[in-house]
Design a protein around this ligand. Structure first.
Ligand code: PEP
Ligand code: MG
Length: 757
């Protein structure tokens, strides 16, 4: 018995000769069936290829030659059709005993008992089947099956090169990823979208399967493994890993697989058998994928997904196809598919074409989700095993309202979706009419409604929504979308453009909030030290105060951009009052410098702080008198209050913004700030949701800064509220809180006829 490697190698060497020969495609196929039959000691070897939607016998050794181009099976028909449909290998001692067996008299196959068949796969679709048969009723050895699978890869390349099958035929092949499917996830950003699936990390296309120089291929794989291990180790040593929201557990698994001897050995064996590095990696992965489909245990299946991720990473490194779908450019309306994304990665996509995002992970306040919300792009997160159920190019209907995705939908479903789309547009149009309507409560209180922004492109939202200003301009977005640190002139230009676009309306510039899940590739922000918990680590003002060069440059850019106007500056993550003083001092020294230079200065500079760290609440009596304004960042505040990572998918739904703890905390902040008359705003995502906004108004908050798409709905809500009533009700709830405050507030709202959906 040959070893797996030797047997595959012998076949590949012969196939290589066949493929290099100048004979026509049919002659090559005839020769190939002989080579395989001889090497596997099989009386029969046949190749079926897809033609006009049917699997047609193209070449055979051992069956009747008269059956060639005559015997045709539908996908799903007989053993051959079943293999193609399920993209699955069959290995049977007694073919006729299989329930799917279909007897074709013209082939003369009644003499043969054993049967083994392997799908020929191209772009994840079966385009044919290679089968062997034998008179003896015996199951083929694993080495023989593996050799046959390797042959199938080579055949896939030959078929593509010889154009033996039509692309149209391939597109029409049903397989296990055919027909409509419905996936459930969690709503992260509401809205509807239709488009074609685009994988953030595209699958690598393998051009060559058979190696010219095995040693060279082995070296390529060694180098790729080294590089991959380096990458994984770097992820572990940098907070960067937190960007994707991926967690320690995943990292550990990545590391385990990256250093797994078994995995690299199997790839090496595949190379020994004559495959290129890419084909060898894919070959081993195919085997894993087949096993994965039989796994029922979700935990194990998750780990297999990790291996799949890593295998794709290895493939990308070895083939040099390193770009994401963003670098390749979107061709049409696209729905982006990813395990997770960082905000910077999302911002690389063409806004006009990106219609929706689906993630296997994700959480409501992860920055990528905040960015998508600001872009008006619906996001569904936490869709299990997403990438195994969707294929690049599949049509997807994303229902961000319900957290549902329809994959390859039937036309009737698309029609129904279009109708909902139209309704949605109507609703949007209705909200657009709210642009000039003032957000005044029924009892006459004017509420300030501002928007959160971060890019030049966000500015048109100000006149479109009729918002009162920009309550939070996240200046770090400019840093996130740049490949290098934005220089002072560039920063200044952006700030000036933003102020110009805002006109009379105020803009609150928040100084850079880098760290946590917002990482700059060009700023190694923790001096290479591992941060176990980047959200609570070296970020925001902490970075700015230590690297005060960064803050100085930004201060100068802001001060110069606001020449002759009012500049509102806000510091993120202030934890103790002295940090505010120190940051303000950086600005003041720049003012002094510019004054000496006789530059035009801003008319006024108003300094504010964000309340995101609970500790600051204890010192408000000290800080509030020094502030022009205070803004509560509920996204971070809640994560620290509940000790729950805002980007952690499992914790995403565990804690509620309407829980007694957060409501009481906010009530106390309102109470403590009131005597100082400091303007108090809420600028976290919480304020953009109707029920939460109702609760905030009940707590005495009268200033909100929210995502632009929420302005219409929130203005509408405000006009239906009697502030006195909700404050009274809230006072009662705070005295005697209910465990499920969400239901209590919702019931109250519905009894008052207030629509909070
Ligand atoms: C917040 O933390 O609530 C906030 C508004 O800031 P960011 O989401 O940018 O951290
Ligand atoms: Mg924050």
């Amino acid at each position: 018995m040959l070893t797996a490697v030797a047997s595959a190698r012998a076949i590949l060497t012969s196939l290589h000769e066949v493929m290099a020969s100048r004979s026509g495609a049919q002659a090559k196929l005839n020769r190939i069936v002989d080579v395989i039959g001889e090497n596997l000691n099989s009386e029969v070897c046949s190749i079926y290829l897809l033609r006009e939607g049917m699997l047609e016998l193209f070449a055979t050794r051992g069956l009747e030659q008269a059956a060639v181009h005559v015997t045709r099976l539908a996908v799903g028909e007989g053993l051959v059709g079943t293999i193609a449909q399920n993209i699955e290998t069959l290995n049977l001692a007694e073919a006729a005993a299989h329930p799917d067996f279909a007897f074709r008299p013209e082939t003369g196959e009644e003499r043969f008992h054993s049967f083994a068949g392997v799908p020929i796969v191209r772009r994840q679709r079966a385009v044919g089947v290679v089968a062997v048969q034998h008179v003896d009723p015996r199951r083929y050895e694993e080495v023989e099956i593996e050799a046959l699978q390797t042959v199938a890869m080579v055949l896939a390349e030959l078929i593509a090169n010889a154009e033996l099958i039509d692309d149209e035929d391939v597109a029409g092949v049903p397989d296990h990823l055919t027909g409509p499917d419905r996936l459930k996830g969690q709503t992260l950003v509401k809205g509807l979208a239709v488009g074609q699936a685009v994988f953030h990390q595209p699958r690598v296309t393998i051009e060559h399967v058979v190696a010219e120089d095995t040693e060279a291929e082995r070296q390529r794989v060694y180098r790729a493994f080294d590089k991959m291990r380096e990458q994984i180790d770097r992820m572990a040593s940098q907070a960067e890993f937190g960007v994707g929201g991926e967690h320690e557990e995943v990292l550990e698994t990545y590391r385990m697989f990256a250093y797994d001897e078994g995995w690299s050995r199997r790839i090496n064996e595949a190379i020994d058998s004559g495959l290129t590095a890419e084909a060898a990696i894919e070959r081993v992965q195919q085997r894993t994928r087949m096993r994965m489909r039989q796994i029922d245990d979700p935990l194990l299946a998750d780990r297999m997904h990790d291996l799949e991720d890593l295998s794709n990473r290895l493939l990308r490194i070895v083939s040099g196809q390193l770009g994401t779908a963003a670098s390749l450019g979107l061709k049409g309306d696209a729905i982006l598919i990813a395990r997770n994304l960082g905000p910077a990665e999302l911002l690389e996509y063409d806004r006009r074409r990106l219609k929706g995002v689906i993630l296997e992970e994700g959480s409501l306040t992860a920055h990528v989700v905040i960015v998508a919300r600001a872009m008006g792009i619906p996001v569904v997160g936490r869709v299990r095993a997403l990438r195994g159920k969707v294929r690049e190019g599949d049509t997807l209907l994303v229902d961000g309202d319900q957290g549902v995705i329809d994959v390859r939908p039937a036309p009737s479903l698309v029609e129904a979706f279009e109708a909902r789309f139209a309704k949605n547009r109507e609703r949007q149009a209705h909200y657009a009419t709210m642009r000039d309507v003032e957000p005044i409560t029924r009892d006459g209180q004017r509420i300030t409604v501002m928007i959160n922004a971060g890019l030049r492109d966000d500015m048109p939202m100000l006149p479109l929504t009729g918002a009162d200003g920009i309550g939070l301009f996240r200046t770090e977005f400019q840093f996130l979308v740049s490949a290098t640190m934005p220089q002072r002139e560039r920063q200044q230009r952006l700030y000036r453009d933003v102020l110009d676009a805002a006109g009379d309306r105020p803009v609150v510039f928040r100084t850079v909030d880098i760290g946590g899940d917002k990482v700059l590739p060009y700023l190694r922000h923790n001096d290479g030290e591992t941060e176990e918990n980047p959200a609570m680590g070296w970020r925001a003002l902490r970075v700015a105060l230590e690297r005060d060069g960064l803050l100085k440059v930004q201060a100068r850019a802001l001060i110069e951009a606001a020449a002759g106007r009012t500049l509102n500056v806000m510091f993120p993550m202030v934890t103790e009052p002295w940090e505010f003083d120190a940051a303000k001092a950086v600005f003041e020294s720049q003012v002094a410098f510019l004054r000496k230079q006789k530059k035009v200065l801003p008319e006024a500079i108003r300094y504010g702080a964000m309340l995101e760290v609970p500790a600051l609440a204890e010192c408000l009596d000290m800080l509030a008198p020094r502030l022009s304004f205070l803004s509560i960042g509920t996204n971070d505040l809640t994560q620290f209050l509940f000790a729950a990572d805002r980007a952690h998918p499992k914790l995403a739904e565990r804690y509620d913004w309407l829980s007694p703890a957060i409501l009481r905390f906010l009530a106390r902040v309102v109470r403590d700030v009131a005597p100082h008359g400091t303007a108090l705003t809420v600028c976290g995502e919480m304020g953009g949701r109707r029920l939460e906004a109702l609760a905030l108004l009940g707590l005495g908050i009268t200033r909100l800064s929210i995502t632009p798409a929420a302005v219409g709905p929130i203005k509408e809500l405000i006009r239906t509220i009697d502030l006195g009533e909700i404050r009274n009700a809230m006072a009662g709830w705070l005295r005697e809180p209910h465990a499920d405050m969400r239901s209590v507030v919702a019931q109250w709202a519905s009894a008052q006829g207030i629509d909070c959906d």
